[in-house]
Design a protein around this ligand. Sequence first.
Ligand SMILES: *[C@@H]1O[C@H](CO)[C@@H](O)[C@H](O)[C@H]1NC(C)=O
Ligand SMILES: *[C@@H]1O[C@H](CO)[C@@H](O)[C@H](O)[C@H]1NC(C)=O
Ligand SMILES: *[C@@H]1O[C@H](CO)[C@@H](O)[C@H](O)[C@H]1NC(C)=O
Ligand SMILES: [Zn+2]
Length: 477
Amino acid sequence: MKAQLPFLLVVPFDTPLLEQESCLSGNLLGNYRNGYSLQSVFITDEECISSWAAQTESLSAVFTPAVQGFRQLVWIAEEAIDDSLKVPTSEDQLDLFLERLSSPPQAQDEETFLDSNQDVFIETSKDTGFQLLYRGSSAALLSVPSRVALHLDTVLPRFWKSTPVPSFPIEFIPVPPSSIEPVKSVLSNLAYDSSVATIVDSISIPQMRNDIRFLTGEDGQSGIVSRHSFSQGSRVAAAWLKQRFEETGATCRLMSFMQGFAPNVICRYESMVNTTGTVIISGHYDSRGSFGSTRMPGGDDDGSGTTAVLSIARAIARNGVKFHQNVELVAFAGEEQGLYGSRAYANELRSLDSNVTLMIQADMLGYRKPGEPMQLGLPKSIGTPEVAQLVANISALYSPELEVGITPACCSDHQSFHEQGYASTQVFERAGPIVDPMYHNSGDLSDREGFDFDQLKAIAKVQFATVLHYAGFELHK
Ligand SMILES: *[C@@H]1O[C@H](CO)[C@@H](O)[C@H](O)[C@H]1NC(C)=O
Ligand SMILES: *[C@@H]1O[C@H](CO)[C@@H](O)[C@H](O)[C@H]1NC(C)=O
Ligand SMILES: *[C@@H]1O[C@H](CO)[C@@H](O)[C@H](O)[C@H]1NC(C)=O
Ligand SMILES: [Zn+2]
């Protein structure tokens, strides 16, 4: 392992830079968003920093103390949101947040977010001391105590998200041409298939309505108040999802990835033909609420994506679908704390050299601003453009009512797979920035103005049709 290097360099993301030989080679800590662009963070030494200073003007170098063990680097960034949601400027919000971070959390606030048997997280600490290492226009790099890093989502400004930055270099793994070729091939041979249409049309809106109401607690029966990754409700949701998926013939496991976090729910349908190829579709079932509130229904974010994936499982069973690749349906946890669940799973798959051929994350599918048409947004910055194109063309075939376009909303669990060199994309509710007024709010219910089950179904159909076309299938009824 490399010795800890003392400097961080934050420069605009540039693929050739990551691939060429330079003093930065092998020193990448990851790529992170700032506004609509991506920044690469490198850990390096003074000499390298100086050589960069001569070559680029877009340079930010900062000294970092040894970041190990009890401290964690985190990147925080503002989400891409519609102007109609904008309140104070990013700068003010960041200052407000840093102020909040300097004052120790109130014990009773913190406890309410936590599972009572996860005492490792209950201990409140006076050590909230953070260091601001880099500040961009709508992003910042901080060093914080590790425990604080896990709770940042509860104190961040509403439209900001955090993601942990490793303290040792990671490998930059581009998606290889051998993973892109089959995507292009399916795209160029794409034609409407009436049996695919029948299967995807069978997704049931009344069923989706029931499912999401269980997850949000709106049904008054599940008892779920919150699906925050550390909450009791997230455990109830995980067990329930596992059961529902198993009823459809999948084999499921709960993947615990870190103490205190609810597990990933990973469910698999084995391929009918002998192949290692695996297609993954997913959503995240953990949620976030308003600052200071314990109610976190997460109806749209991401009860909608989770419900879409579950509706696909139900349609698989209803139609007796058997695939020609392995198909996994996954509900991730830890997304709101910084993609913890999906990173753990993508890392595991990469370390096993798993043949993941396609990955499509569904995050926020249900909200449609009154007056706007139904839409499908595909990511602008993170993901494999060829996969997004395939999804777009499949949408035109099976959900022509959706207006398809690019969204700057970014960085859900597909990012974890993309970072491991797997072909991936995300489906989102809008061909533009986030406009849901209940985003990261305790009022994110499914029964409210703008929550559109027709759009939710239309996007779920596209996600499912992509799997059917890409993996291949037969019907056993
Ligand atoms: C995908 O759809 C676009 C827009 O309709 C079309 O121009 C393009 O030819 C399609 N791509 C393929 C490979 O069929
Ligand atoms: C599946 O394919 C692998 C690799 O081609 C082969 O080694 C294995 O025996 C096959 N398994 C079955 C059940 O046919
Ligand atoms: C991965 O799976 C695909 C799809 O089944 C298959 O064509 C390909 O040969 C597999 N790759 C490897 C390395 O096994
Ligand atoms: Zn989300």
